[in-house]
Ligand binder design. Structure first.
Ligand code: CP
Length: 322
């Protein structure tokens, strides 16, 4: 693979390989100096056509901690606003001899379109309702760290048999899609919970158990992953009120009691506090992994940039033949 477009094309060993590679960067990031010159001399362009805090900043920090020159292109202040097409933008970035391009775009498939036009590796930082592979990978890194700490008495072979519920706007969520692909590939039992109008049309093909009742879906799970309602991707009559949504699908302290006593709470952010998750749950020090997910995001993106640019650097890629 030249690019990282999604979890779907990855074999389980490649997922685990990226998690293993990230471990060294978790250690580096916890040390005082936080610097390595693995990517010195490379130019990385972060081209973001949609808003972002976590993904953009963590890719920028990841590239800089590895010694690369990192440039951010924000669509709102670029020539995209003058009508330049996505392909012309990609060709322009390619002509600047970027060594890796990280792209976020509102259209599903935009990242693949650019990857097909440029010579360098392209990393998908979230494309429409398609995939957000680095989010699923950082979630898996967070989960594996938690499992290895011994806090979960259930999953014996790391992800195998781990019961996870993903609750929220599953239909519009690239985070849900990438996490479902990754977690099922590693042997977890995935439940998804959403109002009927926010359940994907192709849910039957996803190797998950769908629920529309959150109290049933959360019963006895080891991990509760909450997602935001994505108003920006919503069309049609279903616009739930925040109060109604919280009542039926919000993670409140009372509802969390229905999960296993050791259950971990995750959210990719940004959160709508008081809608899909109560502050008292999000901020629970002993149960919530939300800030740890952000920490793992930097290390995981360092691993992705390192692995994906190995061919550019003349270093053997992925550690084993594909
Ligand atoms: N989780 C995530 O993708 O957050 P941002 O939109 O802030 O990048």
């Amino acid at each position: 693979h030249k690019d990282l477009i999604g979890i779907a094309p990855l074999a389980p060993w490649q997922i685990l390989y990226l998690l293993d590679e990230a471990e060294q960067w978790v250690k580096l990031n916890r040390s005082p100096l936080k610097h390595n010159d693995a990517l010195a001399g490379l130019t990385i362009i972060n081209a973001f056509f949609e808003n972002s805090t976590r993904t953009l900043l963590s890719f920028e920090i990841a590239g800089k901690r590895l010694g690369a020159d990192v440039v951010n292109m924000h669509a709102a202040t670029s020539s995209v606003k003058k009508g330049e097409t996505l392909i012309d933008t990609a060709t322009t970035l390619n002509a600047m001899r970027a060594d890796a391009i990280v792209i976020r775009h509102a259209s599903s498939g935009a990242t693949q379109l650019i990857a097909d036009k440029v010579a360098c590796p392209v990393l998908n930082a979230g494309d429409g309702q398609h995939e957000h592979p680095t989010q699923a990978l950082l979630d898996a890194l967070t989960l594996r760290d938690w499992l290895r700490s011994g806090a979960c008495p259930v999953a014996k072979e790391e992800f195998v048999g781990l019961k996870i519920v993903i609750c929220g706007d599953i239909r519009h969520s690239r985070v849900a899609r990438s996490n479902i692909l990754l977690l099922t590939a590693l042997g977890a039992e995935v439940r998804v919970c959403a109002p009927p109008a926010l359940m994907p049309y192709d849910i039957e093909r996803m190797r998950v158990t769908p629920f529309t009742d959150f109290n049933q879906a959360i019963d006895g799970v080891d991990v509760v992953m909450m997602l935001r309602i994505q108003m920006e991707r919503m069309s049609g009559p279903f616009i739930p009120s925040a109060r109604e949504y919280r009542h039926l699908f919000g993670l409140t302290p009372e509802r969390l009691k229905l999960a296993a006593p050791h259950a971990l709470v995750m959210h990719p952010g940004p959160m709508n506090r008081g809608v899909e998750i109560d502050s008292s749950v999000a901020d629970m020090l002993e149960r919530s992994a939300i800030t740890r997910q952000v920490e793992m995001g930097v290390a995981l993106r360092m691993a992705c940039l390192d692995v994906l640019t190995r061919r550019v650097r003349g270093v053997e890629g992925w550690g084993a033949p594909l």
